[in-house]
Write a protein that binds this ligand. Structure first.
Ligand SMILES: [Zn+2]
Ligand SMILES: [Zn+2]
Length: 714
């Protein structure tokens, strides 16, 4: 047959185009005599082992042109296997279809090729075809069939293949065993994975690593350490993969001592085992264990810094509530010439959220636009969150409107942004707009919109969305949604209805739900229900400091001083402490932090002088201190003095010194703002002609001209 005749064969024609150029190159390299079948086979084998695609393709072209491929099952099989191992499945399939007598070797290569290139379904179809042709499977077939089942989470089929493995007697094969473990780990069936693991007659490093990383991935850190102990007893040496899994297990259960041991092991075996992945995981582990000093020491001491290590540091400080350090590190990273990536900017924006560093956040935003990261959905969503949490809802809306592909997470961020600013109607209408644009709501966004309703007192709208949740969106109401509904009814004064809801809801109420009812009782002065709900809270969560404080405030408001003293005594006996209050304000790109009674700021004298001045002016304007927020058993006069030490007042006084009338001041507080500070801030906004945006742990308060956007319900 002529060359053109051969090329007309469908299997060859498909390959001809790509091969033609290759042939020319191949000729240039000087193969003038055709190689024999055996020579070609041997060369193909070595090219398959090294996955040298270009050379293999050239050799294929040579084989076609020289006519050696004609009716040559041996070579066709070898070439198909070569393409499959290079992941070129279209070419492999063409050759595979052309081979009449297919060997197990060829089937296996095809099954593996599909399974390893994200085409699990094709792999499984081929496996079934293989069986129906009566072809014998072997220990090279099953690992990849099992991999395909695991990747596609086909639990039923996976189990059936496991039966076939047992029947064909390959369960004791170490590679098949490892693949079975990996598959069950993917199915999140760690019990079965462990049974297979325990039944193995022989194990290798892969078996141990698969089992350990399986436990770690599914949050079972303790079990991971148990297997690790067995591994050491069995005399196996760990490798980098084992250590990576163990480090994340240490972080999970905050086992800093075990983490340190691993760190020591890494140092001792440094040249063999050390790499920057391990280094970054060590940093991450120390942060997860709240051991910032160790993380820092490791980071500063290491030569092999990369963007990932910077990112771990920046995100680590933000997670451990030291956002200021996070921002400092970001500045240093840029100054030292490193390039922040998307992960960096998301972490920095998260840190800005924490301390309401709006100006810093804006600077990061302009960096994001310069680098083109704003196309990224996660970055865009972080920007929406940053702006709304830093008090600039309008900027959030701009970012949201300009986002090219909004997904559920971006819509949720915007809905919750409206919610924390008390813009319930906007949140509800955005939610409906989202549903109308065919985005299916999840629990998170329903929770956000319900919480927006409760902050704005939209009882009817909230109830309607709650009712539609199960009916229209197929979401079973869970604790978070019930909690919002209780809060919504409670705030609106429908306490009995809220109580009835808790008694009849489909999930078991938690202490948080009772705490929501309790705080509604404080708003509406219902002592009887407060006693019932606080008892529930204390039974379920004896450490709920906030609820003890809330109950004592309720009694104080009713002037039931004996009961106030009784609750306080309970707290003293248990040795509880309220976490210290802390406020932030950002001025001219610098964030200032104030603790209760803080005297460490460089302008302390000016701040306290300003406070004295304010106290005088407020008294003249008719302010009367509400000392029920003071949680100490002391004289009224001392109580009043203690109120003036509150961190938010120090922050406001400092901001007043630094700004002129007409400006807007932003304050962030780590706890709920107390009643008296809320009242004082209203007076200050009027007396000093400033708008004050205060974010506390629950929501935003916009103080302007003597009143607050929350309408005194918060
Ligand atoms: Zn206060
Ligand atoms: Zn308010």
């Amino acid at each position: 047959m002529s060359l053109s005749g051969k090329l007309l064969r469908p299997q060859n024609r498909a390959l001809f185009k790509t091969s033609l150029c290759a042939t020319i190159r191949f000729r240039q390299h000087g193969f003038t005599h055709p190689l024999t079948s055996l020579q070609c086979g041997a060369t193909l084998q070595s090219l398959t082992n090294t996955k040298s695609f270009k050379q293999g393709q050239q050799l294929h072209a040579h084989i076609i042109v020289s006519g050696t491929l004609e009716d040559n099952t041996y070579l066709s099989t070898k070439i198909a296997a070569f393409y499959a191992s290079c992941g070129r499945m279209t070419q492999a399939q063409v050759l595979f279809d052309g081979v009449v007598l297919k060997s197990s070797f060829l089937w296996n290569f095809m099954i593996r090729g599909y399974a390893c290139n994200g085409l699990g379904m094709r792999s499984l179809a081929l496996y079934r075809e293989m069986l129906s042709f009566g072809q014998k499977t072997d220990n090279f077939t099953y690992p990849f069939v099992l991999k395909a089942c695991g990747d596609l989470l086909l639990v039923e089929i996976g189990r059936r293949v496991h039966c076939e493995v047992v029947v064909s007697g390959f369960e004791s094969d170490i590679y098949v065993g490892n693949s079975l473990i990996a598959m069950y780990v993917n199915f999140d069936d760690l019990a079965l994975a462990r049974i297979v693991f325990d039944r193995m007659l022989e194990r290798d490093l892969v078996s141990w690593n698969t089992m350990i990383s399986g436990y770690t991935k599914h949050g079972k850190a303790r079990e991971a350490f148990v297997v690790f102990d067995l591994m050491r007893k069995a005399g196996f040496n760990v490798d980098g993969r084992t250590l990576l899994s163990l480090l994340s297990a240490c972080g999970c259960i905050q086992a800093v001592n075990q983490g340190r041991e691993i760190h020591g092991y890494v140092v001792r075996n440094s040249p063999r085992i050390y790499n920057k992945f391990l280094n970054n995981s060590l940093i991450q582990m120390y942060f997860d264990c709240n051991s910032m000093v160790d993380a820092r020491r490791l980071f500063e001491g290491v030569q092999l810094k990369d963007t990932v290590s910077w990112n771990s540091m920046i995100a680590g400080y933000a997670r451990n509530e030291d956002a200021i350090e996070s921002l400092r590190l970001f500045c240093r990273m840029v100054l030292e010439g490193w390039r922040p990536d998307e992960v960096t900017v998301v972490a920095v924006l998260g840190a800005c959220d924490e301390i309401t560093a709006l100006q810093f956040g804006m600077a990061v935003h302009s960096h994001i636009v310069k680098k083109g990261f704003n196309e990224n959905n996660i970055v865009g969503t972080s920007l929406i969150n940053m702006y709304s949490k830093c008090g600039s809802l309008a900027c959030s809306c701009n970012v949201f409107d300009e986002m090219p592909n909004k997904n559920l997470v971006s819509w949720s961020a915007m809905v919750s942004g409206y919610g924390i600013h008390g813009k319930g109607r906007e949140a509800v209408s955005l939610f409906h707009e989202m549903v109308a644009s065919d985005i299916i709501p999840d629990e998170g966004v329903v929770t956000s919109v319900l919480s927006a309703c409760s902050h704005a007192g939209l009882v009817i709208e909230g109830k309607e969305i709650f009712d539609r949740m199960a009916k229209d969106y197929n979401i079973k109401p869970g604790l978070a949604q019930y909690s919002c509904l209780v809060d919504l009814l409670g705030r609106a004064g429908q306490l009995d209805e809220a109580y009835e809801l808790i008694k009849t809801m489909e999930v078991n109420p938690t202490s948080d739900i009772w705490a929501a009812l309790l705080s509604a009782c404080r708003l509406h002065h219902n002592v009887e229900l407060a006693e019932i709900s606080s008892q529930k809270v204390f039974d379920m969560n004896p450490k709920a400091v906030g609820s003890y404080i809330c109950l004592s405030n309720i009694y104080a408001a009713e002037k039931r001083w004996d009961d106030v003293e009784r609750v306080r005594a309970m707290v003293r006996r248990k040795g509880f402490k309220k976490p210290p209050g802390c406020s932030f304000t950002e001025l001219y790109n610098v964030v200032h932090r104030f603790l209760v009674g803080d005297r460490t700021h460089e302008q302390t004298d000016d701040i306290y002088a300003k406070l004295d001045d304010l106290k005088q002016r407020l008294k003249e304007a008719g302010y009367k201190p509400d000392t029920s927020s003071v949680y100490y058993d002391v004289e009224e006069e001392v109580k009043e003095k203690l109120l003036w030490d509150h961190s938010e007042r120090l922050a406001i006084a400092f901001a007043l010194i630094k700004t002129s009338p007409g400006t807007t001041i932003s304050i962030t507080k780590n706890l709920r703002v107390c009643g008296d500070c809320h009242n004082v801030t209203k007076f200050i906004s009027k007396l000093t002609c400033r708008d004050i945006i205060m974010r506390d742990i629950h929501r935003f308060h916009h103080f302007s001209d003597g009143s607050c956007s929350c309408g005194d319900y918060w």
